[in-house]
Every structure is written in structure tokens, then in C-alpha cells.
Design a protein around this ligand. Structure first.
Ligand code: ZN
Length: 334
């Protein structure tokens, strides 16, 4: 019997934390990414990394002044070169608040007042995209063709469309169906996105345009019950060493989020971070049964736990024969 393999994109945002504590490159990036790369190598599959490119520029800038940053830069750049050489994708992830953030001799000081690209003047947006693209291409040795907005904060597309076309960035992978958040500096609204696993667009990533230049490859979306989060919190308490996140930083504060998750159904991006990874296999077969072609999973090295890396390993072994683990760079533009 000939079965159609569903494409699975395992994508990881390669970054520090952006809250009061950035965490260390070792614990947030290098060590957990190593575990992910080991799993990928064991199963001979490829991963996709969305590299926080503003961080690379900051490493470059502050390495001249601080030996500790010079060491951090060497570790991070080396790992990016290695993972690119092993055939994993390095795509563009833009957190423009790096423009206002700095190293003070003890650690990274994140200033997230301007968290979104549209918090910056138009001319600067183009310069940010260009310089973040350049360093990613330079370190990875291959030009990015796909973009993911930092914190899901999709920029108004008319502000990036021209520069993306100039650079050959033709894929966006930020949207998740029914995703919506307006809180503090974070703002995104994907409620009008098509219920589809990919579409072309031209002027707005959530509006399909069959002959548009850009491809949207949305992150798969799931509806999560309060019970899931009760489970997550309780298990986290009962077995800290299994469920604790590997990264040693703190996320940006999101007051009210925990209460919301524990009291009502919420729409979430399909993730392989922490306890979310327990859902991968079930979500895969659900999509396969519906005849879907593609599943895009988001993850972060910093948010991996012992539990999540085990679950990812099990997921890949389980679905391997009916899945094709794919890279953005395998896609061809017509
Ligand atoms: Zn990010």
C-alpha cells in the first residue's frame, strides 16, 4: 500500500530569554540545541532553526569590549556553523528590541519597549531586516529564504515586502490559526487566517492571494483545554527535574496568562517545548487522518526539558515511516 508521507517541519527559535534575566547562552541555547541535534542525527532528520539574528549582531558588537561576550560569540557562531554544515536550516528570526538592548559587563539588558518591527521608523525597518539577514547569511553560509516574526508580532506587510523581495525571502512561518494576543508591546491577530496548511499571499500574510509572491507556511494550531494546563503545572511541581526548562532565563512578563490558560480553552501554536511535546504524536495522527499534507511544530532550545527531548525522540521514532521531516530550504519557488 502506498501511503502519502505527511511533511513535518520541526522549527526552533534559537534565542535567549527576553525578560528580567536573559539566561546564559550555554543553558538557553548551546546545550539544549546539542541534545536536539543529537536526536536529529540519530534519526537522520533535519531541523529548522530560526536564528535570533539581532542577538548575533549584539554578540559581534559587544565581543570587542567584553571577553565574556567574545567567548559567548565564539560558542554561538560555532554551533550555527556546525548545524548549517550538518544540513539543518538557518532562517531569519527578527526580534528588533536588540536595537535598544545592550551588555553591561554582567549580562544582557533587554529593553523591550520597542518589541515589534513597526515600533521603528520605516527607513530603520529596512536597515534592520537587511543587517539581520546579512549576519545570518554570513554565519550560516547560506541565504535565509524564510522569516518568522519575533513573538508572533507580524509587521504590517507593506513595511517589509519590498526588502524581503529584494533579499529573496519568500516564505513566512509565523501565523497560527486563530492566534490572537494584544498585551503590552505584543500584538498579533491571526483570526482571519485561512484554515489551511499553506497559501500564497501578497500584501497580508493572513489573506490568501493565489498568485502572490509569498508563501505562508503557518505553524500548526491546537485548541488546548484547561485540563492540559492543570496537568502541565501539577506535573511540573511533582517532578521538577523531568519538567524544568533547561534555559536559565526569564520570559517577558505576561500578567493574567496563567489564569486564562487554567480556566478556558485557548488556541495555541503546536509546540515541542516542555509538556507540550506530549501532544505531538496524537496531533500528527489527527492531521494525517484528515488528509493534511503538512505539520509545522514550533520549539525553542531554551524551553526544552528532559521530558520534551524524550517526547520528541519518541515522536520521531513513532511517526518516522509515515512522515517526511522537511526543511524550508527544500521548497522551490515557481
Ligand atoms: Zn523569538
Amino acid at each position: 500500500m502506498l501511503t502519502h508521507a505527511m511533511k513535518v517541519y520541526l522549527s526552533f527559535d534559537y534565542e535567549l530569554y527576553f525578560g528580567a534575566k536573559s539566561g546564559s547562552a550555554d543553558a538557553c541555547i548551546i546545550e539544549p540545541a546539542k541534545l536536539l541535534l543529537e536526536i536529529a542525527a540519530r534519526h537522520a532528520v533535519h531541523l529548522n532553526f530560526f536564528i535570533d539574528s539581532g542577538y548575533l549582531l549584539a554578540l559581534e558588537k559587544y565581543s570587542k569590549r567584553y571577553p565574556s561576550v567574545a567567548y559567548e560569540k565564539q560558542q554561538v557562531f560555532k554551533q550555527i556553523r556546525e548545524l548549517a554544515a550538518a544540513g539543518h536550516d538557518c532562517q531569519l528570526h527578527i526580534h528588533p528590541h536588540w536595537e535598544d538592548s545592550y551588555y553591561d559587563g554582567n549580562g544582557w539588558k533587554m529593553n523591550t519597549n520597542r518589541y515589534r518591527l513597526d515600533h521603528f521608523p520605516d527607513a530603520q525597518i529596512e536597515q534592520i531586516v537587511q543587517s539581520y539577514y546579512d549576519i545570518t547569511k554570513d554565519i550560516a553560509g547560506k541565504a535565509p529564504i524564510a522569516y518568522r516574526a519575533g513573538g508572533w508580532c507580524m509587521p504590517p506587510w507593506n513595511k517589509v515586502s519590498a526588502v524581503f523581495k529584494k533579499l529573496g525571502i519568500w516564505i513566512d512561518s509565523t501565523v497560527y490559526e486563530k492566534g490572537y494576543l494584544q498585551e503590552g508591546q505584543i500584538a498579533f491577530d491571526f483570526r482571519k487566517a485561512p484554515a489551511s496548511d499553506q497559501w500564497m499571499f501578497e500584501t497580508d500574510p493572513v489573506t490568501e492571494a493565489p498568485f502572490g509572491y509569498f508563501l505562508e507556511l503557518p505553524i500548526s494550531s491546537i485548541s488546548c483545554s484547561p485540563l492540559f494546563f492543570w496537568n502541565l503545572y501539577v506535573r511540573g511541581r511533582l517532578n521538577r527535574s523531568l519538567h524544568a526548562g533547561m534555559g536559565d532565563g526569564l520570559p517577558m512578563a505576561q500578567p493574567g496568562t496563567k489564569k486564562k490558560l487554567l480556566t478556558r480553552y485557548t488556541q495555541q501554536a503546536l509546540s515541542c517545548d516542555g509538556y507540550y511535546a506530549s501532544l505531538l504524536t496524537e496531533e500528527f495522527y489527527k492531521r494525517k487522518a484528515k488528509g493534511e499534507d503538512t505539520m509545522v511544530v514550533i520549539g525553542h532550545p531554551k524551553a526544552q526539558s528532559k521530558f520534551s527531548v524524550q517526547a520528541l525522540d519518541t515522536f520521531i521514532s513513532t511517526v518516522k515511516d509515515s512522515a517526511a521531516f522537511a526543511r524550508y530550504s527544500d521548497l522551490q519557488k515557481d
